[in-house]
Design a protein around this ligand. Structure first.
Ligand SMILES: NC(=O)c1ccc[n+]([C@@H]2O[C@H](COP(=O)([O-])OP(=O)(O)OC[C@H]3O[C@@H](n4cnc5c(N)ncnc54)[C@H](O)[C@@H]3O)[C@@H](O)[C@H]2O)c1
Length: 467
């Protein structure tokens, strides 16, 4: 079956949801090139620079646990004017409006409020016509909202993951290319001190040619199930129950992909294999914490507690990606990158180099770690961290990475610069979730990444070391 007719078939038969859940024989097709986009009337967005905007009119969709913080940060950043906030719930909208007015030094005087219905955000786009929109809603809403935002003439900034299915990712790419609007997935972890520092070390060839990376999101979040009617647990719990794969890959993968220049001139995503452990933890947690007739006990959690995927790049490099939000164990994103001359690792930060880390170790048989790394870190800190790090730390949000990301977004838009993460990277990093589901259901069969850039990754510039 040709790709186009396959897409039409999926749409018509209503199977796209099943395909996204990794439960359909259609997924076998993902080995021969995936669901390819057919329409291409736009222009490639790899190094896209949008016309400068001096004062940026900002709107928000979703001000729950995550969006509230984004609104507070943006309210502080010069060159912004918050014009509208939308959420399903009036109290959340009111809280964020108040925060922004209190913080904004008189800059956010006229914030329109939209709440009370699933589609109020559409009214907001029509009435307010913002320049940019931050989308921090449940995953299912990311793609339709981002697409509508771009079609209505605004740049879209979307929380992680950018979308749930490969088909949605193609629609986002096509819309961005057709409308010439940014659609950036906001991977804040790429702005962590250690991640920026390791990027700087990779670019300076300190660990030689890159061979292998390890990435993860290991974060025990069962407590979110307490949010039963609204809030994160109320929708995220259903993903754990219904999907089996590597559902939240971008925090670990984003930085490692940029160390390797994946989809940026040097190398490209090729294929992925994926396996899940047995599914035990969520069923056990529900049984131990909720009554027999509670809605969580009516679910059968089919997602394995720990997923391990291995991604292969076109140059043959490997990246192990793990995901576990269920098991009782300490937090980790691994953040490991290995080259021909040494290795950098996270959680805790450790470095080993051939010939030793100057002034700390004598050879590569032991790690330089802990306080001994302070001086080395100061020497190699990323120039952008040197410029913005102390302000970001003061402003906060995951140790400052949230503020730095938002600051950079506004800075790039005001200066007409390319963003630090393009729409294709958001799609490649997010594609691990649906591709891993497809692999898991087929006993680890390799799944090919679609080329969202249509080969233009070859002419895309690596992310520079921005000062
Ligand atoms: N990057 C990070 O570090 C990080 C951290 C936490 C969450 N997230 C991401 O942020 C997103 C939001 O997660 P959260 O924990 O804040 O969830 P949440 O449930 O607390 O917030 C989502 C909000 O979206 C609103 N919403 C849903 N449908 C809407 C609609 N049709 N119109 C207007 N508002 C609507 C909900 O009412 C809710 O308040 C998710 O994509 C999550 O993955 C990212």
């Amino acid at each position: 079956m040709k790709n186009y007719s396959r897409r039409k078939f999926i749409k018509k038969s209503g199977l796209s949801a099943i395909a996204s859940l990794g439960g359909s024989t259609l997924l076998n097709n993902s080995c021969d090139g995936n669901l390819e986009s057919t329409s291409r009337k736009g222009k490639y967005m790899g190094d896209f620079k949008a016309p400068k905007i001096n004062t940026i009119q900002v709107a928000f969709i979703g001000v729950g646990a995550r969006g509230t913080g984004h609104a507070k940060h943006i309210a502080k950043i010069e060159g912004t004017e918050i014009v509208a906030i939308s959420d399903l719930y009036e109290d959340l909208v009111n809280r964020s409006v108040k925060n922004c007015i209190d913080i904004g030094n008189g800059r956010h005087k006229n914030i329109k409020r939209y709440f009370g219905g699933e589609s109020e955000w559409k009214k907001m786009l029509d009435e307010v016509k913002p320049d940019i929109v931050f989308i921090s809603t449940n995953w299912k809403n990311h793609a339709p909202m981002a697409i509508e935002v771009m079609n209505k003439g605004a740049h879209a900034f979307v929380e992680v993951p950018i979308a749930v299915t490969i088909e949605e990712m193609w629609q986002i790419v096509d819309t961005s290319e057709q409308t010439q609007k940014h659609c950036m997935m906001m991977e804040n972890v790429n702005y962590g001190r250690e991640e920026l520092l390791y990027l700087n070390l990779c670019r300076q060839n300190i660990i030689g040619d890159l061979l292998h990376g390890e990435a993860a999101y290991i974060h025990e979040l069962r407590f979110q199930m307490k949010e039963e009617e609204r809030g994160t647990g109320s929708w995220r719990t259903h993903h754990y129950a219904n999907r089996n794969g590597n559902l939240y890959p971008t925090h670990g993968l984003g930085p490692v992909a940029q160390y390797m220049n994946l989809s940026r001139g040097e190398d490209q995503f090729n294929s992925i294999v994926s396996f899940s452990s047995p599914s035990k933890g969520r069923n056990l947690y529900s049984k131990n914490n909720y009554s027999k007739d509670h809605k969580w006990n009516a679910l059968d959690f089919k997602g394995g507690d720990l997923n391990t995927s291995i991604l292969k790049s076109q140059l043959g490099r490997t990246i192990m990606i793990q995901w576990d939000e269920t098991s009782p164990r300490p937090y980790s994103r691994h953040n490991l990158i290995q080259g021909t001359k040494g290795i950098l690792a996270g959680f805790p930060a450790r470095i080993a180099l051939e010939g030793g880390v100057p002034g700390i170790t004598k050879d590569h048989h032991r790690w330089a770690e802990g306080d001994s790394l302070d001086e080395f870190f100061e020497k190699y800190d990323h120039p952008m961290y040197k410029r913005l790090g102390s302000l970001a730390k003061k402003m906060g949000g995951h140790g400052g990475m949230d503020f730095m990301m938002l600051y950079r977004i506004i800075e790039c838009l005001r200066n007409g610069q390319a963003l630090d993460q393009n729409v294709y990277e958001g799609c490649f990093w997010s594609a691990v979730a649906p591709l891993s589901e497809a692999s898991v259901v087929q006993e680890g069969l390799p799944q090919k990444f679609p080329d969202f850039t249509r080969e233009n990754w070859k002419i895309t510039k690596p992310l520079g070391i921005i000062s």
